[in-house]
Write a protein that binds this ligand. Structure first.
Ligand SMILES: N[C@@H](CCC(=O)N[C@@H](CS)C(=O)NCC(=O)O)C(=O)O
Length: 222
């Protein structure tokens, strides 16, 4: 089998893949980039991930981009680990819903990252866009609280690839939304953080270079 190579930015969506590989016990070479230094726009990187985004994963003689596709690919091709819910499985619908819902939440976090931390000139940030996206992120977290119900993980039968997709978001969302009023979400985040593979992936993740403070409030909010 070919060597596995993960193209990675610490604390970004490529953490999902790092975590999933660790859950599966797969060793990978990790190539680290920064979002700030233009390295993702180099031709050799664009050949692997055409929009200059991470993750990209070289595996099984393929080069894949899009975290959701990679997570599903890993879950399906390493099905014995039990992280996949195949067509016909009673949980298939919810499984697909959560995998894609993770990117509804992820795109809101991305907008908040852009406004709060990535603009070279912070004066260009839009308080209106920040407020809207923060409220929309809160709504997705309330939805997550409801989806969890009294379950340990997002599917009644237990941990799956859907948790890797969505669970990663709970690393970033607390920079913008307080989770205090969402006890099921906080318990879920803590449960995920206790997983040995999550902790091992965090130890390999590297140092993020974008968040400079613990919380980014809506400008002007008390
Ligand atoms: N839907 C894509 C989004 C990938 C994405 O936007 N990744 C961010 C990091 S979280 C990135 O590479 N950004 C680079 C940039 O904005 O220049 C996925 O899930 O893989």
């Amino acid at each position: 089998m070919s060597e596995i190579v993960l193209h990675h930015v610490p604390a970004s969506r490529s953490f999902r893949v790092l975590w999933m590989l660790t859950e599966l016990g797969l060793e990978a070479e990790i190539v680290v980039y920064s979002i700030r230094d233009g390295s993702l726009q180099k031709p050799d990187v664009l050949a692997k991930t055409p929009a200059g985004r991470v993750p990209a994963l070289e595996i099984d003689d393929l080069t894949l981009f899009e975290s959701g596709a990679i997570i599903q690919y890993l879950a399906e091709t390493r099905e014995a680990a039990g992280f996949h819910r195949a067509p016909g499985h009673a949980e298939r619908g919810r499984y697909l819903e959560v995998i894609h819902f993770a990117e509804t939440m992820g795109s809101l976090i991305e907008q908040l990252n852009l406004n709060h931390v990535f603009l070279r000139d912070p004066a260009q940030a839009s308080p209106v866009v920040i407020k809207l996206n923060t409220r929309r992120l809160e709504a997705t977290l309330r939805a997550l609280d409801g989806l969890l119900g009294d379950q340990d993980y997002l599917l009644p039968s237990g941990f799956s690839a859907a948790d890797v997709m969505l669970g990663f978001n709970l690393m970033a969302a607390p920079y913008f939304v307080r989770l205090d009023g969402l006890p099921r979400v906080t318990a879920y985040r803590d449960r995920i953080a206790e997983r040995a593979a999550y902790q091992a992936a965090q130890a390999r993740d590297g140092v993020q270079d974008f968040y400079a403070q613990d919380f980014y409030p809506i400008p002007g909010a008390s």
